[in-house]
Each structure stands twice: as C-alpha cells, then as structure tokens.
Design a protein around this ligand. Sequence first.
Ligand SMILES: Cc1cc2nc3c(=O)[nH]c(=O)nc-3n(C[C@H](O)[C@H](O)[C@H](O)COP(=O)(O)O)c2cc1C
Length: 174
Amino acid sequence: MKILVTYWSQTGNTKRVAEAVFEALPGEKTILPMNQVASANGFDLILAGFPVMQFGPPPAAGEFIRKYTAGRKTALFVTHAMPVHSNDSRQQALLEKVLARCRAAASASEVVGFFHCQGELSETTAAGLLDSDIPELRRFAFMRPLTLGHPRREALEQAAVFGRTIAGDDPDIL
Ligand SMILES: Cc1cc2nc3c(=O)[nH]c(=O)nc-3n(C[C@H](O)[C@H](O)[C@H](O)COP(=O)(O)O)c2cc1C
C-alpha cells in the first residue's frame, strides 16, 4: 500500500502531528506539505492534516482536500486551540461543530479515519486574533496560556496509533 501524508501548517503544530503519523506508518510512504503535492495518483491512502482557522478548515486546505482526495481513501487529522474535552458544554458543542465542518471538507472522499488534538496558539496568532472583528475569535486570543506545549507527547503518541490503525497495522490489543 502506498500512503501519502500531507499537511498544511502555519506555525508547525499540524506538521509535528503529520511527522508523528508518518513515522509510525509501515510500508511505502511519502510526506509532503500540501503545496508541494502535484498529484495524488498512485496513492492508495491519503492522510491529510490542517489546523482549524476561523471555526473551520483553512480555505487552501479545504480546496486541496476537495481536489486531491475526492473518491479516495482518506483520513484527516486536525489541530485546534480548544481542549479536546471540555466540561463547558458550550465550548464542547462549538468544538464538535467545528470538527464537523472539518470532516465536511472530505465529504466527497472515502473517509476512513479522523484524528484531532490541541495545538498551541502562537504568540503572533494570539496577537492577531485580538484584532479580529469576530468577538469569538478575539476570545480565542485569551486561551493561549491553556494551549502552551500542545500538541503534547501523549497526543503525538495517539496520532501515531491513529496512523498505524488507519494503515491496518495496529497491534492486536483485543
Ligand atoms: C487565523 C487563525 C484562526 C484560528 N481560529 C481557530 C478557531 O476558530 N478554533 C480553534 O480551535 N483554533 C483556531 N486557531 C488556532 C489553530 O487552529 C491552532 O493553533 C493550530 O494548532 C495551529 O496549527 P499550525 O501550527 O499547524 O498552523 C486559529 C489560528 C489562526 C492563526
């Protein structure tokens, strides 16, 4: 099986997840940023990752996924500033809505997996979000302290298990 891992990453979080997934994969594999992928022909499985931006996929990542993964076996991985689990039901509902939008980017693909984890909100990003016209995005800027150090080792290990499972190479644990 030939596997392509591809990612869009502005501050490096999604790239780190992509690398953790890639390293764990068996067999013939390639890793490339989305803007260096000329064709997806010949790949049996595509793992595509991107950060959440403004409550959904960045437009360039959404376009990439629609163009290159339609009709193909695809797994998505996503990073975002929100905690993966929140006791605040509104925040949890917002995360689920945002993740549904991310999944929808691959609605024409054969989606075989989805992984998401928290990613640090960089200082520059937080400063930029403070200038946003959208109040919810301004609020995100204050979440930076809660995001520091993410994706953490545990999330990268989970990403590796995700990759192996998608590739059908997960250890028999049951
Ligand atoms: C312009 C912008 C908008 C963002 N909007 C959101 C958002 O709506 N929800 C969220 O959880 N994180 C949001 N983030 C945070 C990123 O998703 C998060 O920091 C991600 O891990 C960055 O990944 P990267 O380092 O691969 O670029 C936003 C970041 C930027 C720069």
